[in-house]
Design a protein around this ligand. Sequence first.
Ligand code: AP5
Ligand code: MG
Length: 222
Amino acid sequence: MPVYIVLLGPPGAGKGTQAGIVSEKLGLAHVSSGDIFRENIKNQTELGKLAEGFINRGALVPDDVTIDMIRERLSRADCLRGALLDGYPRTPPQAEALDHMLANFGGKVDVVPYIQVDEAELVNRLSGRWTCRAEGHIYHMVFNPPKQAGICDVDGSELYQREDDSRETVQHRIHVYFEQTAPLSEYYRKQGQLVEVNGAQNIEKVTADLLAALPESAKNGR
Ligand code: AP5
Ligand code: MG
């Protein structure tokens, strides 16, 4: 049976950071809706042109295009054994669509780690974030600096600050998160899939708690 893990948490909680580490440890594909959108914007595809305005002002991209994009991504060969989802779902219709598509793939949402961090810390993290141009590797100028300023340790590409990490847009993204995405924690709690993880610790400790919170089936169900 494929294994599907959904990482939930506000902007800046550390979803992308943890997904990168944990997907490698578990051998699962890392599926980040934000990364897919940014790749499409970089390549100026039709999807990228549609998504760009929403993303730059910190609003959600409409459900229909987002759901179609994720369905296509999860149907690729590297997701046959499952995936670690980062940034999807973000609305109740996206969560329901995910349940349907995973049933078609012979699986289900196995576990939903909810990474909790308070709002002031989210703003600190996002205002100091630097992202790698080539592959989206994530750094922070204080909490997780690259060896050489402005250069990605992994692939040597340039680091940049995301346009939606400006202070004003960050506030709006956090607002959108509490309005539209936070209710999903109840959806998953009711289904017994939610596990809370304290995200206000250093990166290594969050990883350790996250791994400890995964059921054995999610760690070796492949
Ligand atoms: P997306 O890219 O998903 O952004 P997000 O959810 O706002 O989350 P972030 O990527 O900002 O934060 P993160 O939790 O990944 O934190 P990170 O690990 O980078 O989405 C962007 C946009 O795309 C959305 O606003 C929307 O427009 C659109 N979109 C995406 N998905 C969509 C969907 N499903 N539906 C509709 N629209 C969608 O860490 C943040 C910083 O903190 C980094 O600098 C990192 O180094 C640092 N850090 C991480 N962990 C720690 C730690 N433990 N201690 C100290 N620092 C840490
Ligand atoms: Mg992210």
